[in-house]
Design a binder for this molecule. Structure first.
Ligand SMILES: Cc1cc2nc3c(=O)[nH]c(=O)nc-3n(C[C@H](O)[C@H](O)[C@H](O)COP(=O)(O)OP(=O)(O)OC[C@H]3O[C@@H](n4cnc5c(N)ncnc54)[C@H](O)[C@@H]3O)c2cc1C
Length: 473
């Protein structure tokens, strides 16, 4: 059965949920879709039913408020719904989603894309060892399951997330072996003025660092993990000092631990926007390739709007307001007059975005970090492709992300290129001395998320095949 709505919103994080609420308040029917069971997105992810009595956290409380708002509104929420295809059909947008083991089409007059971000991890030898997980990914484990990845955990990466993760591990009773961060104390001091408009967040971050120091947890500033030790399980890591461009210098030191949280910033999840035909532009300060959009989230494709981290990494506070702007813009597209409200929201969004992009600047890896990926380091985890295999393909003439993808299947596995795409593009750019802005991501192809072939086939029986009878001899 074909579902119909005025506005479909993909992603129920701070951006998408607020877009849906703002559009619904204008009197339109709105369907909000997310592959998670409940709204909240990454930052305000809902607890699983097994840990509902877990102590309150600022993220949990903000998520509960959002979930209540969605529940009380006229928005129709479809959880556990993975959108895997987007196509224009008869002047509307048709989405295909996998839900409850079946695929269902949904037709909408306007589309808001709020698919968030994915994590970037600079590959180092051994980063695929069991016990290594993404820094941002680890936060999902804490929030949803109240679980830790190990007992003695090494936490390594850029930006504020490294201190949040270390603080959460200690709050949940784990031991932080050490924090290893490419940022220097000077990097943090330089961004202090930009953080002053949000004293609450500034104080929270300062408390994380002060608590780690007071508890004797070593913090290795301007260092990076350069290899992971252990075969079937993490036993420890090697780490080195970094030069100002983050290339490794100095001798290698060792740390013992049974797990590692590792991450180097976030990258906008742009595939849904690409599938809807939105052109990309390169904005390194927003995390790399972002869909072209104006300040309210309107794209150059009529009826398609984008907001939150999928429009550029500006953080959760900005995502909320950006979502409202995009939802109002979608409502305007369908005939409402939302100009006054949007005008009031723009300066609020700009302020929140300034704070968010300051944190993004701290998180973005500098060029030297790429030197941590050695010849034998696996880059594409799904297809087990090493740096040397990808380098050979590039040297053999593959000069675009599409060419490496079709030659080696890098990015064709279950993750759809989330782990390898950025590293591959940077290798192509470096090999030719080109700018990263000259190497766009591969052409997007459905499915956006894995879909079982049995689901696509539906109730099809072999005997249903209309096989023509053989012609008489
Ligand atoms: C793994 C991860 C953990 C993070 N943890 C933190 C944190 O602890 N603290 C912090 O300050 N910031 C964190 N961030 C950054 C934070 O997510 C953002 O700043 C903020 O949540 C952005 O809000 P958003 O609504 O744009 O995106 P998100 O909150 O990421 O929401 C996007 C939503 O889209 C859904 N989605 C994406 N594609 C599809 C699809 N095809 N079909 C259906 N649903 C889809 C996702 O399930 C998700 O719920 C994290 C980011 C990531 C990637």
């Amino acid at each position: 059965m074909m579902l119909q709505t005025d506005i479909a919103v993909i992603g129920a994080g701070p951006a998408g949920a607020n877009a849906a609420l703002a559009a619904a308040r204008q009197g339109f029917s709105v369907m909000l879709l997310d592959e998670q069971p409940l709204p909240g997105g990454q930052v305000w992810r809902a607890k699983s039913t097994a840990i509902l009595d877990a102590p309150a956290t600022p993220e949990g409380d903000a998520g509960d408020r959002l979930r209540q708002s969605v529940k009380r509104s006229s928005v129709t929420y479809a959880g556990d719904a993975r959108v895997w295809q987007i196509e224009p059909v008869e002047g509307a947008w048709q989405l295909h989603m996998l839900k409850g083991g079946r695929t269902a089409p949904l037709r909408a007059r306007a589309l808001v894309i709020a698919t968030g971000a994915r994590e970037f991890v600079q590959p180092v030898p051994g980063w695929t060892t069991p016990g290594v997980l993404g820094l941002a990914g680890a936060t999902a484990l804490f929030k949803q399951e109240l679980a830790l990845p190990g007992k003695r955990i090494i936490v390594s990466g850029t930006g504020p997330l490294v201190f949040y993760v270390a603080a959460e591990i200690r709050r949940l009773g784990g031991e932080v072996a050490a924090v290893v961060t490419p940022n220097s104390q000077g990097d943090w001091l330089r961004v202090l003025p930009a953080m002053l408009p949000r004293p609450d967040l500034l104080m929270r971050g300062a408390r994380w660092i002060a608590d780690l120091m007071a508890s004797g947890v070593p913090i290795h500033w301007r260092h990076a993990v350069t290899r992971v030790e252990g075969g079937s399980r993490v036993r420890g890591v090697g780490f080195r000092k970094l030069a100002p461009d983050w290339s490794p210098i100095g001798t290698s030191q060792g740390l013992e631990g049974d797990s590692l949280c590792l991450g180097n910033g976030l990258i906008p999840a742009v595939e849904a926007a690409q599938l809807a035909g939105v052109a990309l532009a390169y904005h390194p300060e927003l995390g790399g390739w972002v869909p072209r959009h104006d300040e309210d989230g309107a794209t150059d494709v009529p009826g398609v709007f984008i907001c939150g981290d999928s429009a550029g990494i500006r953080g959760a506070a900005a995502a909320e307001i950006h979502g409202r702007l995009a939802g109002l813009c979608a409502a305007q597209h369908l005939g409402a007059d939302t100009r006054k409200e949007r005008k009031q929201l723009r300066p609020i969004h700009a302020r929140a975005a300034r704070f968010g992009t300051t944190m993004t600047a701290l998180s973005i890896p500098r060029a030297g970090l790429a030197q941590l990926t050695t010849e034998e380091t696996v880059i594409c985890r799904c297809e087990s492709l090493t740096r040397s295999a990808i380098a050979a393909e590039i040297a053999g003439g593959a000069r675009s992300s599409n060419a490496v993808k079709s030659g080696l299947r890098a990015g064709m596995g279950a993750c759809g290129g989330k782990f390898c795409q950025t590293t591959v593009a940077r290798m192509i750019a470096a090999a030719d001395g080109r700018a990263e802005a000259d190497v766009p991501p591969p052409t997007p192809r459905p499915p956006l998320r894995p879909v079982p072939v049995s689901v696509l086939a539906g109730d099809f029986e072999y005997s249903d095949l209309p096989i023509p009878k053989p012609a008489p001899l």
